[in-house]
Design a protein around this ligand. Structure first.
Ligand code: XMP
Length: 519
């Protein structure tokens, strides 16, 4: 299968570039910019994209490519496209000049196209593109020619047709570059000549076969099922491959939404006919350990450790019963892996995320069938595997569940109040037909009591905050501008129907500086 590799120079858009390439039917992966040439040769790229990045080529420690990189791509005939910093690097390393002191340019700009036979084939003379750069090219190396310019940037795109090395100053991968997809198509299909071989239908068949082969005819697999999209799709895929040799463990940590424990059981035990679905009710244990704990990080740690303990105990019990349990499956997806490997290393720790991590002393082999997929691909596969759309399109729900939405120390009473309000909120949002337009929507219990009046009585109850956000990439999110009438209806229902809340507020904070969850 033809593959295009994105060499990551630290851009926030690297995943976006890889996803765009995949949407065009070509498999793509992100690799570090400092990969050795021998490792790169082993990957056998059909084409390479150098991402943008926040650095300047003149900074001492900014990402640079090995000199032999250019020899390698030229001799092997591998086309290269540099985007923003990637373009600066090509120019800088091949003998051109970058001017660091030029005017910075951010936002939409009109591109004036000068050459139409390669990157800009079939486009108009003028196209809208998205710029975000400080440095810019003042001189291109011999053999290259200018393909486009903007008002502030005389060399906004260049190309070397002999070696198929191209660069663009703007970002074709973002939606603000109106016809960026055509530019990427031109690079991928016409210049690289990649064949459209990345198809999710055949992915399912091929992967079911390879799971069967890897697990063998007798071994069994354990999977921690949370009811979220990734672990659910992973479960159904494995179930298709090895049937009831798959053992799913679902832990009710007492922090789930109302009826969630019942719904997940119904889905897997009844509808999907999973015979080895192991439900563990650990509510009491979790709540006991969380009693009186109000520090958010401490709460997360307790939940993470308790989960691992419960999960491990059940696994040991199952292993005694079925010594052929040899694998632990995880619903890890591609961004989880790449983020752990690269970007998050330098990122400040904002919150510790406790998901289904493998206890260190477990001797099981890991299998991660979704490890190369993006979330939208996992969703498509889930639908093709016949999982209900309602489950597949669910908003993300954090591992520590309602604990991070019930501020401060938690107990069953507060959680129940929150559950009732959350149910009303989701019901109204679904009724209004906007659930799928929102990234997440949920209620939060603020442990502050205020005065209200119900009939002739004074009330003194907690505050319910409503959080509804829109986001594309989770790194940034903006509060949803919900309709006032809808908000009024939700607020009125919560105050009238949920004993424990007498005031509802709407959260109008964006991320950053706020986060999506409260703790
Ligand atoms: P924040 O609150 O950091 O959240 O803006 C970003 C996204 O991550 C989800 N989230 C979690 N997901 N385990 C998870 O699986 C966690 O511990 C966790 N904490 C936050 C959050 O819902 C949002 O989608």
């Amino acid at each position: 299968m033809d593959k295009i590799f994105i060499m990551d120079m630290g851009s926030q858009y690297s995943h976006l570039i890889a996803r765009r390439v995949r949407e065009l039917g070509i498999y793509s992966e992100i690799i570090p910019y400092n990969i050795s040439i021998s490792d790169l040769m082993f990957l056998n790229p059909k084409g390479i994209i150098l991402s943008g990045g926040p650095s300047s080529v003149y900074e001492e420690n900014s990402p640079k490519l090995e000199k032999s990189f250019y020899e390698y791509v030229k001799t092997q005939g591998i086309p290269v496209l540099g985007i923003c910093y990637g373009l600066h690097l090509i120019i800088h390393q091949l003998g051109g000049k970058i001017d660091p002191n030029n005017k910075k340019e951010y936002g939409k700009t009109e591109l004036d196209i000068l050459e139409f036979d390669s990157l800009f084939y079939s486009l108009n003379k003028e196209e809208i593109v998205w710029m975000s750069h400080g440095d810019q090219i003042s001189e291109i190396p011999a053999g290259f020619k200018t393909l486009a310019r903007t008002k502030n940037c005389p060399i906004a795109a260049f190309g070397n047709e002999e070696f198929n090395i191209y660069g663009v100053q703007f970002h074709p991968e973002v939606v603000h570059t109106a016809r960026g997809t055509i530019m990427l198509k031109n690079f991928i299909y016409n210049i690289v000549g990649a064949k459209k071989e990345w198809k999710l239908n055949s992915w399912i068949e091929t992967n079911i076969e390879s799971i069967k082969k890897e697990i063998g005819p007798n071994n069994r697999v354990i999977l921690g099922l949370s009811g979220g999209v990734d672990s659910s799709v992973c479960a159904v895929l494995l179930h298709n491959a090895i049937g009831d040799r798959l053992h799913c463990i679902f832990v009710n940590n007492g922090l789930l939404r109302k009826n969630e424990d019942l719904e997940v059981q119904k889905q897997f035990k009844e509808k999907l006919n999973f015979k080895n679905f192991h439900y563990i009710d650990a509510e009491r244990l979790f709540l006991e350990r969380l009693k009186g704990v109000d520090d958010p990080e401490e709460k997360r740690k307790i939940i993470g450790h308790t989960f691992i303990e419960v999960f491990e105990n059940k696994t040991l019990e199952l292993e005694t019963e079925h010594p052929s349990i040899k694998y632990l499956a995880q619903g890890t997806i591609y961004p989880d892996r790449v983020e752990t490997a690269t970007t998050s290393k330098n990122a400040a720790k904002i919150k510790s995320h406790h998901n289904l991590t493998l206890p260190e002393n477990m001797k099981l082999k890991i299998i991660e069938p979704l490890k190369d997929l993006y979330k939208d691909e996992v969703r498509k596969i889930g639908k093709q595997l016949g999982i209900e759309a309602e489950l597949i399109d669910r908003h993300p729900f954090p591992g520590p569940g309602l604990a991070v939405r019930c501020v401060g120390a938690i107990d069953k009473e507060k959680l129940n109040i929150l559950r009732e309000a959350d149910l009303i909120l989701l019901e109204e949002i679904r009724k209004a037909g906007i659930y799928n337009d929102l990234w997440q929507v949920f209620c939060v219990l603020l442990p502050v009591k205020t005065v209200g009046v119900m009939g002739d009585f004074r009330t003194y109850e907690y505050i319910c905050a409503i959080r509804a956000v829109e986001s594309k990439d989770v790194m940034t999110a903006s509060f949803a501008k919900l309709d006032w009438d809808l908000l009024e209806k939700i607020g009125t229902r919560i105050i009238n129907e949920v004993k424990g809340f007498n005031r509802v507020v709407y959260d109008i904070s964006n991320k950053p500086p706020s986060t999506i969850e409260y703790e």
